[in-house]
Write a protein that binds this ligand. Structure first.
Ligand SMILES: [Fe+2]
Length: 162
């Protein structure tokens, strides 16, 4: 089944959005490395790789349906990070934006009755709930630890073992 132009364009933009998310996580990994939080740095690097995989899933779907994906413009993310909380808040904000985009894909899928893309979009609807919940939990724990160094280092150690 051919994809409706509007949905095709949105899926294509999603490839770019996932690549941009990968860069956000990479940048956050640099900031955390700078803060000496190597466990959190590694956590962000894993997210970076996951986002690359997400981009691949969307582009593979387009390829399977005879559409050549086209990567759009990506500008390097500028995120101001002074603490671990700043880094995870930046990650959460970005994920919320991605979740909105996935909901829009679901809208388009329903409008154009594109049943073929439904499993892919359903997967990402569920994935986004998990992504946001995971980061939210980390933020709650970081806030509990406050500025207490040993608490933050303990969380850092746990995240590094993920
Ligand atoms: Fe993603």
């Amino acid at each position: 089944m051919t994809i409706h132009e509007e949905l095709q364009q949105a899926l294509n933009e999603q490839v770019t959005a996932e690549l941009e998310a990968a860069l956000v996580y990479l940048q956050l990994s640099y900031a955390l490395d700078d803060l000496g939080l190597v466990g959190m740095r590694d956590w962000m690097k894993k997210q970076h790789k996951e986002e690359l995989d997400h981009a691949e899933r969307f582009s593979q779907h387009l390829l399977d349906r005879d559409v050549t994906p086209q990567i759009g413009n990506i500008s390097a993310p500028i995120v101001k990070v002074e603490t671990a909380i700043d880094a995870f808040e930046a990650a959460l904000n970005h994920e919320k934006m991605i979740s909105e985009r996935i909901r829009r894909l679901a809208d388009l899928q329903a409008t154009h009755r594109d049943y073929d893309s439904r499993p892919l979009i359903d997967f990402f609807l569920a994935e986004q709930i998990e992504e946001e919940a995971d980061i939210d939990e980390i933020l709650d724990r970081l806030k509990l630890a406050g500025t207490e160094g040993s608490g933050i280092l303990r969380i850092d150690g746990e995240l590094g073992r993920r």
